[in-house]
Design a protein around this ligand. Structure first.
Ligand code: FE
Length: 190
């Protein structure tokens, strides 16, 4: 049995116990899962990125104070954490990790991918970021500086990717479709 299966069984056992003792309403659990599956996800971050690409004033606000800029949208989910947005430029590429555990900006990216929580990613992206990025299929030129941002319970990071060169003429909604979760973590380019 895989570790994931064990975790699922353990979570179910804990849930049953809590329900049995009247401490938890199963409907609450369903509501949380539904929220993060359907209403909170990378599409939220993608909307912010697309707006930043289209609206220089919004971009300035986003980079100055990500938490405040996020509040301009009607995103659901946990938003109490501080969000810092870091911009990719022709000479700097940003990538996000949580070396300690798996801190992640849920409100704008939804649930973290499995590899983000993997100890190998968490340690290697700091020691050999170019190599790890290449394994994701992102090969950077030698003159591009890589900055690795370590998330914590207090500060969560989001990468503002570079606008794709072939995206001229696309409106904000169409641009948002081009922005992927991985691009906002910094392991891909849109
Ligand atoms: Fe963490």
């Amino acid at each position: 049995m895989s570790e994931q299966d064990w975790r699922a069984i353990r979570a179910e056992a804990i849930e049953s116990l809590l329900v049995e003792r009247g401490l938890l309403d199963p409907a609450d659990v369903d509501r949380v899962i539904e929220t993060y599956n359907d209403r909170v996800g990378p599409m939220n971050g993608a909307r912010m990125v697309a707006r930043a690409w289209c609206d220089p004033d919004f971009k300035a606000r986003l980079l100055a104070d990500g938490t405040a800029a996020m509040a301009e949208f009607d995103f659901g989910g946990a938003q109490t954490e501080k969000l810092v947005v870091v911009e990719n430029t022709p000479d700097t590429h940003n990538v996000v990790v949580c070396t300690l555990c798996s801190c992640y900006p849920w409100a704008v990216l939804g649930l973290p991918p499995r590899w983000y929580k993997d100890p190998a990613y968490r340690s290697r992206i700091v020691r050999e970021p170019r190599r790890v990025l290449a394994e994701f299929g992102l090969v950077l030129d030698d003159d591009v500086r890589v900055r690795v941002w370590d998330s914590s319970a207090e500060v969560r990071y989001l990468v503002l990717p570079r606008r794709p060169a072939d995206a001229d003429g696309l409106d904000e909604a169409a641009l948002a479709q081009r922005v992927t979760r991985d691009a906002m973590i910094g392991v891909a380019q849109p």
